[in-house]
Design a protein around this ligand. Structure first.
Ligand code: CO8
Length: 258
């Protein structure tokens, strides 16, 4: 277990678990929490025993956004000089699968944190939204951009302009979440999914993530060339030899993550 002030981070059977730990303010994300989240994620990314990362929030919500009380003191120049979003940008450089388990309010920066995850499991109670407009601002850690990519311009504008919340099932409809589960089963179902990934060949998971991310931004031909290079690269792994050998010997493969 690592010693952080605003999060809890520990490893458990191949899974790096990170829990937001400010339940008294619905896990409002202050700057120090972002620094800790990034440090814990990077540590998990380096630890050999961690194959998959699971993010969750303690208390009655995943996260109700950035810490408004802290943010209220800022001005344009102080924010430019602090350059805090550089840390958010680095969250997207994590190579291992990141799965978010969200519940309750998933708002503003909390929604943006969930959108940084590769897979999202949502409790039926989850409510997603960008209330920034009611604070006289707008999303700033990728929310505007990612919501538009997921929903298209018109629906994204509707939610960003009004600050209206999406229920879990609606979020699933728009591809924001993978699965909606009963609240009491949220962690159990998310961990079961993560445990399944722990057994998969880690290098395949890593290069699939890398290629899917490129597929979102590159033109199709370039993305396919990139895919092919990653496919070739996997033939340098022991797990490729093991996977194909196991198939021919009609047995289950034993992957080593190498
Ligand atoms: N910041 C600071 N404190 C918060 C926040 C927040 N975002 N959300 C809740 N809290 C605090 C409340 O002030 C309250 O504290 P206290 O008991 O001391 O008064 C405690 O958490 C519990 O909250 P409520 O009593 O309000 O609980 P309710 O169930 O009545 O309401 C709501 C829940 C509807 C979620 C309500 O708390 C709310 O509207 N919160 C603010 C939501 C919001 O506007 N979020 C967007 C913030 S802006 C943002 O995220 C920009 C992203 C920028 C990028 C990230 C940079 C880090």
């Amino acid at each position: 277990m690592n010693n952080y002030q605003f999060i809890k981070a520990w490893t458990d059977n191949g899974i790096g678990k990170l829990e937001l730990q400010r339940p008294e303010v619905l896990n409002a994300i202050n700057r120090s929490m972002v620094v800790e989240i990034l440090a814990a994620l990077r540590n998990f990314d380096q630890l050999e025993q961690v194959k998959v990362i699971v993010l969750s929030g303690a208390g009655r919500s995943f996260a109700a956004g950035a810490d408004i009380k802290e943010m209220a003191e800022e001005n344009a120049i102080s924010m430019e000089m602090k350059n805090q979003f550089a840390d958010w940008d680095k969250i997207s450089l994590i190579k291992k699968p990141v799965i978010a388990a969200v519940h309750g309010f998933v708002l503003g920066g909390g929604f943006e944190l969930a959108l940084c995850a590769d897979i999202v499991f949502a409790a039926a109670s989850s409510k997603f939204g960008f209330p920034e407009v009611q604070l006289g601002v707008m999303p700033s850690a990728g929310g505007t951009v990612k919501l538009t990519k997921l929903m298209g311009k018109r629906k994204a504008l509707e939610f960003l302009w009004t600050g209206n919340q999406l229920k879990a099932e609606e979020a699933k409809h728009w591809g924001i979440v993978n699965q909606v589960v009963p609240d009491e089963l949220l962690l159990q179902e998310t961990i079961a999914f993560a445990e399944n990934l722990v057994k998969q060949p880690a290098l395949s998971l890593r290069l699939i993530k890398d290629t899917v991310e490129k597929a979102e931004d590159l033109p199709i031909y370039e993305a396919m060339q990139y895919e092919r290079k990653n496919f070739y690269l996997l033939f340098a792994s022991e797990d490729q030899k093991e996977g194909m050998q196991a198939f021919m010997e009609k047995r289950s493969p034993h992957f080593k993550g190498k």
